[in-house]
Design a protein around this ligand. Structure first.
Ligand code: NAD
Length: 294
């Protein structure tokens, strides 16, 4: 295993990937932020470059200071595979689909350096399923590291070892998470949606089912589940906008497919979410979800 994480590669420059790269920059760790090459784009690094540009403008800002931006390099996964070999830690933060994640790990396995740590930021897909077909050294150094949104501000980090993860790697990531990233680390088992999302997603979906039963408005629910009971204004629908409805639907389906009975019924995605998704109203990242960008 690497002695220490001096350099990272973050694959996926969306809501979470860019936030994780910023959080690493805030503690002085440089990273390369890699995404796909957009169709017909002149600038092959367009996605990660524009994600980096937003990091100091967003509120609350993922970057602690504008200077930290220099620690994040933009790239893309087609042209910059050689950068994977420079990283002590490679974290996958792409769309919540097992097939896409597995294809990324196949590339990572072929281009990483031996001993580097590899992890997935999945919200709840099986970590054991992701390492199928990978090399022995990859499997030994692979685990889940699940950050919460926004990564700079939310304290929880779930660390999820697989059956093959070297216990020294798990212990190192726990200590790195606590002492360098400033997180409260919880070791979780590889169960659907792990711990916090099994409970949190259930709560959000149950709220939506009850709302329908009681014929409440979105504003009423956000208010009653938020400031009126001492929780932040982002309690229900603003939270869904921040998470992104596309991601949330994948996360809900993941548990739906693996449960039965009453729990499964709660994880059945409400029609309104599916309709909004179809229209492309997927939340803050596109400026329109339950709320429009102010
Ligand atoms: P997002 O949609 O904001 O970003 C995903 C990024 O991955 C996009 O920039 C996309 O272009 C890129 N991507 C897709 N396929 C790729 C590929 N083959 N190669 C390289 N890049 C690729 O999604 P997000 O909200 O940042 O979620 C990313 C991961 O983090 C998911 O697994 C999600 O479940 C998890 N997660 C999300 C949240 C949240 O609140 N949004 C919280 C915790 C964990």
């Amino acid at each position: 295993m690497v002695q220490h994480i001096h350099k990272a590669a973050v694959i996926g420059s969306g809501v979470m990937g860019s936030g994780i790269a910023a959080h690493l920059a805030n503690i002085g760790i440089p990273s390369v932020l890699l995404d796909i090459v957009p169709d017909k784009a002149e600038n092959r690094n367009h996605l990660s470059e524009s994600a980096i540009q937003k990091l100091f403008k967003q509120k609350p800002a993922p970057l602690a200071s504008k200077q930290n931006e220099a620690l994040i390099t933009a790239g893309n996964l087609e042209d910059d595979l050689n950068k994977l070999a420079e990283a002590d830690w490679i974290i996958e933060v792409v769309v919540e689909r097992l097939d896409v994640k597995k294809s990324i790990f196949e590339l990572v396995d072929a281009h990483r350096k031996k001993g580097s740590i590899v992890s997935s930021n999945t919200s709840g897909i099986s970590i054991n399923a992701m390492k199928e077909g990978r090399s022995g050294d990859f499997k030994k150094h692979f685990l889940g590291t699940h950050f919460f949104n926004p990564p700079r501000y939310l304290k929880l980090l779930e660390v999820i070892p697989t059956d093959d993860t070297d216990p020294a790697v798990t212990a190192y990531m726990k200590s790195f998470g606590e002492n360098l990233l400033g997180k409260g680390v919880v070791l979780a088992k590889d169960t659907p949606n792990f711990i916090a999302n099994r409970i949190g997603t259930y709560g959000l979906l149950k709220t939506m089912h009850v709302m329908k039963e009681m014929d409440l408005s979105f504003g009423e629910v956000d208010s009653i589940t938020g400031p009126l009971i001492g929780r932040p204004k982002s309690a229900t629908f603003r939270t869904l906008d921040v998470v992104g409805l596309d991601t949330f639907i994948h996360v809900a389906k993941n548990v739906y497919d693996q449960t039965t009975g009453e729990e499964q019924a709660v994880f059945d995605v409400p029609e309104v979410l599916a309709r909004m998704h179809e229209k492309g109203w997927i939340g803050a990242k596109v400026g329109q979800g339950f709320f429009k960008k102010e």
